[in-house]
Write a protein that binds this ligand. Structure first.
Ligand code: 5AD
Ligand code: SF4
Length: 439
């Protein structure tokens, strides 16, 4: 008899992708196999996101499209999980509206999936959206990549930025025990992994063993495992301590890149967002980082059109983009999320103004980078090769420098997963072109 096949589709952030790896781990342990596509699958799982409305709408559309597959194969089990399903009202709505969805479950009961599948195979429909704050250790993980991967160090968020739904769906901050994190990283080193990203909604407030191990200390412990590269995300500016900057500067394995969401350049908007820093606090951090960590590149997240944002506030955002000089900015239109304070604020900004500001911001950010990559010409650095573009006549290997810059250079598939020393010979706006330096 052929094995039961599963298909997982992930929406949203790296945390969700990583949860999907745990779901895959549990399913493989049950003896199931990954399907090549939805159409071959016996179980389809959508792992959803609810950070912005756009992601939600996509899920509703895609779940609607499952009806046809269920009609063709009545045995098919459809499951929807993730952040969106941790919102009880939304989960109930989806469960009611789509009778061909067999299982709906939130982020806090990932480990119950095998039981829920057993129930569904007996013909029952299951919905589980309870809150839960304990950390589930020891779930099997099927990692998508063989040399670069993520390790969760903490769950949840206590910051309650007024626009953000995450604290409501991911719960309070809980830090994993450092021993469990180190054991996981040691296992990865043994398996040949070269780069890990330490994941959490706000990694700088990591608080292991009830305060004994803070994030800088954890970085030292992780580096001691011998892993080649350490990245982390996401960092909140309010918790970016001098001790962390010092750790970034002194630990070789820690990459010289930080993702540090600024969200806005207007002090008035930052305060309404409950971000707990001012634009000058942020710029001070940028300059401390640049002074201490050689060659660091900074990336960010920015929201435009937060309630009451005026042209002047938006102009302050453009000014901070210019002053901070971000290597990349992930930019979003403010999207009201039911249950968050900002959704109820007066002064919601019309859609056309939000789109216009987003366009202006994106063009402005791109203009600050023009010719900015030229400074890399003639420098050399290590690239961890992620893939190979075979479309051009001469195959191009590509991967990132420690500072997160993407580099292309002539090379084939055999280099994937290897660290290659590359000299940069030319620069584009969003990437660098190099050539391998043979030892
Ligand atoms: N609307 C728009 N963007 C949002 N983000 C979080 N919540 C919202 C929202 N309601 C953005 C922030 C955050 C990133 C992950 O998503 O910029 O840093
Ligand atoms: Fe959301 Fe703010 Fe927490 Fe980030 S720090 S997850 S934006 S509440």
């Amino acid at each position: 008899m052929s094995k039961i096949q599963y298909f997982i589709e992930s929406y949203g952030c790296q945390m969700n992708d990583h949860d999907s790896e745990k779901i895959a781990g549990m399913l493989q342990k049950m003896g199931y196999d990954r399907a090549k596509n939805k159409f071959d699958a016996d179980i389809i799982i959508f792992n959803t996101c609810c950070v912005r409305e756009h992601a939600e709408l996509r899920v509703f559309g895609n779940v609607g499209a499952l009806k046809k597959l269920k009609d063709e194969n009545p045995e098919l089990i459809n499951a929807v999980c993730g952040c969106m399903m941790q919102q009880q009202e939304v989960a109930k709505k989806l469960f009611k509206r789509f009778p061909y969805v067999n299982i709906v479950f939130g982020t806090h009961c990932l480990d119950k999936l095998p039981d829920m599948i057993t129930q569904a195979r007996l013909g029952n429909r299951v919905i589980s959206t309870e809150d839960g704050n304990e950390i589930i250790e020891g779930l099997p993980i099927i990692r998508q990549n063989k040399y670069q991967t993520s390790v969760t160090i903490m769950y949840g968020c206590d910051n309650y930025c007024t626009y953000c739904i995450v604290p409501y769906v991911r719960g309070h901050e809980r830090s994993r025990d450092p021993e469990n994190i180190i054991a996981e990283v040691e296992g990865l080193v043994k398996d040949g992994y070269k780069e890990i990203t330490l994941l959490g909604q706000n990694v700088n407030s990591y608080n292991g063993r009830n305060g004994e191990v803070d994030f800088p200390k954890l970085l030292h412990m992780v580096a001691d495992t011998g892993i080649e590269r350490i990245r982390f995300m996401t960092s909140h500016p309010k918790d970016l301590s001098p001790k962390l900057i010092e750790a970034m500067a002194s630990i070789d394995a820690v990459c010289n890149h930080i993702h540090l969401p600024v969200q806005s350049g207007s002090d008035r908007i930052l305060s309404r967002m409950n971000r707990k820093y001012s634009s000058s606090d942020y710029l001070k951090l940028v300059s401390e980082l640049r002074n201490a960590v050689k060659g660091i590149e900074i990336t960010t997240d920015i929201i435009v059109g937060f309630p009451t944002e005026t042209d002047e506030d938006f102009n302050d955002t453009l000014n901070i983009v210019k002053a901070a000089y971000f290597a990349a900015a992930y930019t979003f239109m403010y999207s009201p999320r039911a249950g968050t304070p900002a959704a109820k604020m007066a002064g919601q900004i019309p859609q056309n103004i939000k789109s216009e500001r987003l366009k202006i911001l994106n063009e402005y950010q791109a203009s600050t980078l023009q010719n900015g990559n030229l400074k890399y010409i003639g420098t050399t650095g290590n690239v961890l090769v992620e893939g190979c573009d075979t479309r051009s006549e001469c195959k191009q290997a590509f991967g990132k420098l420690s500072n997160f810059k993407m580099v292309y250079f002539p090379g084939d598939e055999s280099l994937i997963g290897k660290t290659v020393n590359v000299e940069i010979i030319s620069a584009k706006n969003n990437s660098l072109i190099g050539t391998e330096v043979k030892a």
